[in-house]
Design a protein around this ligand. Structure first.
Ligand code: FES
Length: 111
């Protein structure tokens, strides 16, 4: 088991995470307020932008290939190096869903 340092830039928070546990699990254990909901890789609420470093996240199916390089799904991602992450920055697919969600709400109101 290897332990890595995960720094949340702008938040002044740094935690230690082993390569055998998810970043979200370590956040919860260490009292870091990382946003999440489903914890099974579906909702993308726990995503964070990767500023520096690498993660393993083979189950992050909600991301495009490019997003997988630039964002960590913290409920699925395990560190493979020391990391710098930025919380509250979400991938474009979430922004697109939010836009289409507005349209869906409007059409649902028409029913
Ligand atoms: S908490 Fe839902 S994808 Fe991570």
């Amino acid at each position: 088991m290897t332990e890595y340092t995960v720094e949340f830039v702008g938040a002044g928070e740094t935690i230690t995470v082993s390569d055998k546990e998810t970043i979200l699990s370590a956040c919860i254990e260490q009292g870091i307020a990382q946003e999440y909901s489903c914890r099974v890789g579906m909702c993308l609420a726990c995503s964070a932008e990767i500023i520096e470093g690498d993660v393993a996240q083979p189950a992050a199916r909600g991301f495009t290939e490019e997003e997988r390089e630039n964002y960590a799904l913290t409920c699925m991602a395990r560190p493979q190096s020391d990391l710098k992450l930025e919380r509250g920055v979400y991938p474009p697919s979430i922004e697109n869903d939010a836009t289409s969600g507005t349209a869906d709400t409007a059409s649902a109101a028409d029913d």
